[in-house]
Unconditional design. Structure first.
Length: 258
């Protein structure tokens, strides 16, 4: 199906999803989030796709939820439609690794969308922020919870209460992004990184996602047990035997997702 607010390119094992509402700095409206959710679902079901990159334009990953769309809504509209609830759940349910490649503004829902991905690669032009306070509201798709886990309470409070932006250097220093690259190289670096991940055993990459994400939801001892059992379970796979044999034989592993 042709999308109107995103562009999807399925390359060699990597799906590149580009947010495409340039006139509104990729503001997230219901149409865009609906299409994004559908594209993620389709990428999840497509055997050819092994990892996903979500990106925006040079100027904006996404400047937040669409303020024009939200401005006239009532509590009843938001609550009964569970505004943005279904779409964000689809993104979080994806079991394949998702990288956010962020240049320019990632504000409000844009910052939250980036944080919903598995990790963020930032261009040196990236600016992150949760400026909802300036609109008389708070973050709505995870900003208060995820930013706090990424950067700690003090910085998260600062960002949410003042609405100030964080540049790429500060974001890397604070643990919000995994790496910063020159803006011109952002797409290539993100695709190369997604390509590297695509070479791994998909069983193992899915297990990594489950293990790391579990650390947000449980105690340390339960998380350690969960991780150890996953580690044990992977010894039932051919990919474990292949990966270890390849190391010993000093050759590249040929994973078959079995
Ligand atoms: N929504 C709608 N339109 C937007 C948005 C947005 N979030 N951001 C920018 N635009 C539009 C502008 O209105 C403008 O349109 P037009 O040309 O028709 O006037 C166009 O994009 C370009 O924007 P600017 O002229 O403002 O560009 P500047 O370079 O001067 O400024 C900024 C760039 C600083 C990014 C500025 O546009 C800005 O402050 N944008 C708003 C940022 C913001 O407040 N984001 C938070 C929104 S609220 C939110 O995200 C809540 C998330 C939770 C929702 C989930 C619900 C459950």
């Amino acid at each position: 199906m042709a999308f109107e607010t995103i562009i999807v390119d399925i390359g060699d094992h990597v799906a590149l999803i580009t947010l495409n509402r340039p006139d509104a700095l990729n503001a997230l409206n219901a149409a865009l989030l609906g299409e994004l959710a559908q594209a993620i679902r389709e990428a999840g079901e497509n055997d050819k796709v092994r990892s996903i990159v979500i990106t925006g334009s040079d100027k904006a990953f996404a400047a937040g939820a669409d303020i024009s769309e939200m401005a006239s809504k009532s509590f009843v509209d938001m609550f009964t439609s569970d505004y943005m609830g279904t779409q964000t759940r689809d993104l979080l349910n994806c079991r394949k690794p998702i990288i956010a490649a962020v240049a320019g503004y990632a504000l409000g829902g844009g910052c939250e969308l980036a944080m919903m991905c598995d990790f963020i690669i930032a261009a040196d032009t990236a600016k992150f922020g949760q400026p909802e306070i300036n609109l008389g509201v708070v973050a709505g798709i995870g900003g208060s919870q995820r930013l706090t886990r990424f950067v700690g309470k003090s910085k998260a409070m600062d960002m949410h209460l003042t609405g100030r932006f964080m540049d790429a250097d500060e974001a890397e220093r604070s643990g919000l992004v995994s790496r910063v690259v020159p803006a011109k190289k952002l797409k290539d670096e993100a695709l190369a990184c997604a390509g590297k991940i695509a070479e791994k055993s998909q069983i193992a990459t899915m297990a990594v996602k489950e293990a790391v994400n579990r650390s947000y939801e449980t105690t340390l001892s339960e998380g350690l047990l969960f991780e150890r059992r996953l580690f044990h379970a992977l010894f039932a796979t051919e990919d474990q035997a292949e990966g270890m044999a390849a190391f010993i034989e000093k050759r590249e592993a040929q994973f078959r997702d079995k």
